[in-house]
Ligand binder design. Structure first.
Ligand code: ARG
Length: 577
């Protein structure tokens, strides 16, 4: 462990034990960032009450036993009994040097768990809305981060590819002709296709009858129907994949585990629930009534697992996902990256799965709640005309906005570079804006702010990385060649080294809390620390060669941590901007 906190915490704990006896083994040393030093120890205050001693005396006895020679330059008791620890510059430089030499840049490898992550999950022949954008981006950042921490991530893209609307969609596809421009809409403007099918269903009784018969044919495995259905799904996949590729999302066709894949499990799910006495018939439907779940007027709220017409719904399919992920995928920890409003649904599904024995206590299951994306009017983001937003055009707008920012730059980049960099900046802007807000809170989608090269934005961090690249271009050196020991001599170098030392803790914390915004905040702080350094510490014009080499090595380490962190967020780092 390289961060000051992880090095100091066990030493302070040991001092407490030495001073006050073995019954205090494992006492939390309560380390906090300090205003006056590098680290503040607050343990003495809590211990004083417990020991019946004045806090300053407790602090003094801890100091007596504290062995931080070679680490801290100064240990001071202050105020009512805080300890202020000031780290030695040499120690900081040595720790930062160790980080720079570590291929993992201070990020520990955790004991591997199997972690299925349910994310993205758009619906076939429907537009992906901004909610899907968000679960896609957050889910992908979590998948990348957990993989980096050593876990076996199993991506599960639970697309909506089954159910009653498919009768109408298939009939419509056959009516317009599979090779017609109207059919091609599935890949370019899926909502237009869906709406056209819907209009026929509502306006044409004959069509509606055919559509209903088609659902029955689909559900009963009619091969001719399945062939058309597969082609429809494949066209939608092309649409999703275009979006995923543009966004740099790691999902592939191999990760598809749509609703249809559980179809053959649903009867068994219901049968097992009946057999275990968990599901009961109620008004012709098969329902699970769970303790503590009541609806309006205190009436018990059912989880409907089979409708009165014999059909299965969303709840049944999700019960099957739990069963499959535990039984077949051997999940240790399961994440459902899904809209916050679906939390009641998930809770009831999990409670039922627990009763049925499908979800053992040692398997952790987490709803990573996704908050809404809002427009200027603070309502769910839509187009100006109120129509649902086309994600593809939203991405186009982002590229145009990023292009505008690049065009304004002085000196301007050459045309070919701008062409390549604009989409990289645009996706960074959109993804960072999404990831830097706690995933369960709302945010206002504001392209102008997102693409800005200043402020807490993705492009700001990309610029910092590009500036680092340009230092090495000017030096005629590759960052890998800058391997001198790092030094923390001046305040700006010291602060940048300290920022680097937090890297491992931050990535670990993201894996634990499933909060990518912590990594965003860290990278923003790191970019700011770099910009302070860049302002105060000449690198190529350093006063002597040793300083220049140390600063180049510091730049190289900063660049690698930045690029690696952006990569965990799914954001590219252009070398020139
Ligand atoms: N397809 C659903 C929607 O668009 C989301 C599915 C989320 N995943 C799940 N296992 N329920 O709202």
């Amino acid at each position: 462990m390289l961060s000051p906190e992880s090095v100091l915490a066990p030493l302070v704990s040991a001092a407490i034990e030495q001073a006050f006896g073995p019954e205090l083994r494992g006492t939390d040393p309560v380390l906090r960032p300090s205003q006056y030093a590098d680290v503040q120890v607050n343990a003495a205050l809590a211990l004083a009450k417990r020991l019946g001693l004045p806090p300053r005396e407790v602090a003094a006895r801890i100091v007596e036993h504290l062995e931080v020679g070679g680490i801290c330059d100064d240990v001071e008791i202050s105020g009512p009994g805080f300890l202020n620890l000031t780290l030695g510059d040499d120690w900081i430089g040595a720790q930062a040097t160790a980080l720079a030499a570590d291929p993992r840049l201070g990020v520990p490898v955790e004991e591997a768990q199997v972690v299925p992550i349910d994310y993205s999950a758009p619906n076939v022949a429907k537009e992906m809305h901004v909610g899907h954008l968000r679960t896609t981006v957050v889910g992908d950042a979590l998948a990348r981060t957990l993989e980096h921490l050593g876990h076996h991530v199993v991506r599960q893209n639970h697309i909506g590819d089954w159910g009653t609307p498919f009768g109408m969609l298939i009939e419509h596809l056959l009516d317009v002709g599979e090779d017609s421009p109207a059919a091609a809409l599935v890949e370019t403007d899926p909502n237009a296709f869906y709406q056209a099918a819907r209009a026929e269903f509502e306006g044409d009784e004959g069509f509606a009858t055919r559509a209903r018969a088609r659902v029955v044919a689909l559900q009963s495995g009619d091969e001719a129907t399945l062939v058309v259905w597969r082609r429809l799904v494949a066209r939608s996949q092309n649409y999703f994949n275009t979006i995923y590729r543009r966004l740099g999302v790691t999902l592939t066709d191999a990760d598809l585990a749509g609703e249809s894949t559980y179809d053959h499990d649903l009867a068994a799910v219901c049968a097992e629930l009946v057999e275990a006495g968990i599901a009961v018939e109620s008004d012709g439907a098969l329902c699970v009534f769970l303790d503590g779940y009541t609806g309006r007027e205190g009436k018990p709220l059912p989880l409907i697992v089979r409708k009165s017409d014999g059909g299965y719904g969303y709840a049944t399919t999700d019960l099957a996902t739990v069963r499959h992920r535990v039984r077949t995928l051997h999940a240790d920890r399961m994440l459902y990256v899904i809209g916050a409003p679906q939390s009641l649904h998930l809770e009831m599904v999990w409670a039922t799965a627990r009763l049925a024995g499908w979800l053992p206590d040692d398997v952790e299951v987490v709803h990573v709640k996704i908050g809404n994306v809002l427009g200027d009017d603070r309502k769910i983001l839509r187009t100006r005309s109120g129509a649902p937003l086309r994600l593809m055009s939203l991405l186009d707008e982002a590229v145009a906005a990023a292009r505008g920012v690049l065009d304004e730059q002085q000196p301007p980049l050459d045309e070919a570079t701008r062409e390549v960099v604009a989409p990289q900046v645009a996706m960074a802007a959109v993804k960072y804006a999404d990831l830097s807000v706690a995933h369960d809170s709302e945010y206002v989608f504001d392209l102008a702010r997102m693409v800005a090269p200043t402020g807490n934005t993705g492009p700001y961090i990309q610029y910092a990385a590009a500036r680092l690249h340009s230092i090495f271009r000017t030096a005629g050196l590759s960052p890998a060649e800058a391997t001198a020991p790092l030094r923390a001599d001046s305040p700006a170098e010291r602060a940048l080294c300290l920022a680097l030392l937090e890297h491992g803790n931050v990535v670990t914390a993201v894996g634990l809390t499933l909060e990518p915004h912590r990594l965003c905040a860290y990278l923003f702080d790191l970019a700011q620390a770099f910009s302070q350094f860049y302002e105060h510490c000449p690198v190529l014009k350093a006063p002597d060669e040793e300083t220049r080499d140390a600063r180049l090595a510091l730049c190289a380490a900063t660049l690698r941590v930045m690029v690696s962190g952006l990569d965990l967020l799914g954001i590219e780092s252009p070398e020139r901007m």
